[in-house]
Design a protein around this ligand. Sequence first.
Ligand code: CO8
Length: 261
Amino acid sequence: VTDEARSTVSLEDLGPGVVLVRIDRREARNALDIPTRVALAAAFTELGQDDAVRAIVLTGTGKAFAAGADLKDMAERSAAEMMLRRSHLQWQAIQACPKPVIAAVNGFALGGGCELAMHADIIIAGESARFGQPEIKVGIMPGAGGTQRMLRALGKFKTMKLLLTGAIIDAAEAERIGLVSEVVPDSDLMARATALALEIAALPPLAAEQIKEVALLGEDIPLASALALERKAFQLLFATQDQKEGMRAFLDKRQPKFEGR
Ligand code: CO8
């Protein structure tokens, strides 16, 4: 990770088990240039491997969550140059993060920025947030999972309308069509995302990881295989101390103490 990249992505402790990943390239509306994407990939790889981290909040700074790929840096590129970037490796690092990720969308989430938000497991939007895949307006198309993640999240007809027009929608519309989990007043955004992350972080982390893995993998395989995968993961959780603790605490009518084992 270069020094330049470090300066656009920072990590901050938000409380027990919760880390904030913040993008700050506000002068470019947090456009995702290569150093920023490398830094995001490094952050998610690091946090994914840290047992102390149980939930991650991802946000932007200023008017944008992220305004997409860096257009200044892409305008004159050739196809071969785009291939040689191997950007999918950076996106995979975020996709592969086993911890629950909450996107706190504070403003524009456009193009690669909307795709970044869709890498999260939960999306909380401030009421002034805006979403869209405007790539078609600059002669390209989504390239960081947008066609596929949006289709799976929203279904064909809402997705096609957004992708084919490049329309930008507000937070209320995004909530209505299922692109966000919850909309809150702008001033409550970080408090709400943090509270949700702390709530999840207090729950058994191995159960959270299994839920995330099975839900995401299961979406793309035949139902019978997905149900078998779910059953195996469900059974596996009976090997954890947190399962014993959780169920005993319920039966003893006391609060459980989860240790992540
Ligand atoms: N790339 C580079 N610079 C940008 C970008 C961007 N995507 N977005 C904004 N900026 C820069 C502007 O050029 C401007 O710079 P300068 O001050 O040097 O002129 C500065 O940020 C402020 O921008 P605006 O003055 O336009 O700010 P506004 O608040 O008026 O508008 C918007 C904000 C609506 C976000 C507007 O800037 C905009 O429409 N941006 C472009 C949005 C867009 O088309 N995004 C899609 C890009 S394509 C894409 O993401 C493809 C993804 C495929 C793979 C994923 C790889 C990451």
